[in-house]
Design a protein around this ligand. Structure first.
Ligand code: 8YV
Length: 314
């Protein structure tokens, strides 16, 4: 008999098709409460994505659950404490998306400071015939502050080196072997940078980490880039900072209430927005899919995972 899997959030079609060919896959959204109650005991594996929420309530309603496999590196939507309490393992897809996310961060830095989107609109509106486009901010040689120096933060730093940027970072601790200056306090880091790039994971602890104070420190010539999670930035404070010229601009791939993006962040010359697409390239989404399949099949065969999430701190 095929293993029953609960698919709790949307996944790429190709991955869904492969899962369907190997397992008995049930769409959470399509199940009625009664159907879920009947099947609950039979699900040992649940698959979700990086944007979905997996609550303690859901975890405890599935008594046989052993694994939550996340399609994404970020697993802030999963109540990992509840998973640990129920002895449920969690896997994610780190590594394979690092380059894409770092690439998009660079794209947002360039697009925001060089106003590429606004420049295109300028041509489309016929503005060029009346004269050239306004001058913009130089990227090469500027200062970047990276908040969260994990795999993605370090990949961004390497790219910034190619732009001859001065790099500093903030993290809970200085990372051994990294030569960039570590500045513990994020406001201090922000006050010394032209670009503040947010790469730290979403979590309760990081909720609104980038607040009014940090944005004020970033200052009127500073640009905020966020490719992490919307929850890490206080979006109200960000809007205020943009409206009042407290910061110079923002490049954002993530938002607090996706897929909703506050109107105040749209149609602004100094803000570039993308729809949480940092890892959404063909090859990376395929690699993420493969990793999910490997984790699921490893677990199904002998309870092993290729990429478990890091163990919880006690
Ligand atoms: C995806 C992500 O958008 O990896 C993450 O943490 O946010 C993204 O790669 C998401 O997981 C796909 O649903």
């Amino acid at each position: 008999m095929k293993l029953k899997i609960l698919k709790q959030a949307s996944l790429p079609d190709q991955l869904t098709a492969e899962l369907n060919s190997l397992y008995d896959v049930y769409e959470y959204e399509a199940l009625t409460r009664e159907e879920l109650a009947v099947l609950a005991e039979q699900f040992t594996i649940m698959i979700t994505n990086g944007e979905a929420t997996v609550t303690r309530q859901l975890i405890s309603s599935l008594p046989s659950l052993e694994l939550i496999a996340v399609f994404g590196v970020g697993y802030d939507g999963v109540d990992v404490r509840a998973a640990a309490d129920h002895r449920v393992a969690v896997s994610h897809t780190p590594g394979v998306l690092t380059d894409d996310v770092a690439d998009l961060a660079m794209g947002l830095m360039l697009a925001t400071s060089r106003q590429i989107v606004t420049a295109q609109k300028f041509i489309e509106a016929g503005g060029w015939r009346q004269g050239g486009f306004q001058w913009t901010r130089k990227v090469s040689g500027s200062r970047v502050g990276i908040v969260g120096m994990g795999r993605i933060g370090q990949a961004i730093a390497r790219r910034c080196e190619g732009f001859a940027m001065q790099i500093a970072y903030s993290d809970r601790k200085a990372i051994p072997g990294l030569d960039y200056p570590w500045i513990e306090d994020i406001s201090t880091l922000a006050s010394q940078t032209d670009f503040l790039v947010i790469c730290t994971p979403g979590s309760a602890e990081n909720q609104a980490l980038i607040d009014e104070r940090v944005l004020s420190a970033l200052g009127a010539s500073g640009i905020l880039i966020n490719i992490s999670r919307g929850s890490v930035v206080d979006e109200f404070a960000l809007i205020k900072a943009l409206e009042q010229g407290i910061i110079a601009g923002a490049g954002l791939d993530v938002f607090s209430q996706e897929p909703e993006v506050p109107q105040a962040l749209l149609r602004r010359a100094n803000v570039v927005v993308t729809p949480h697409m940092a890892s959404a390239t063909w090859s990376t989404r395929e690699a993420m899919s493969r990793l999910v399949l490997e984790n699921v099949s490893g677990w199904a065969k002998n309870k092993t995972l290729v990429t478990p999430v890091p163990a919880l701190e006690p």
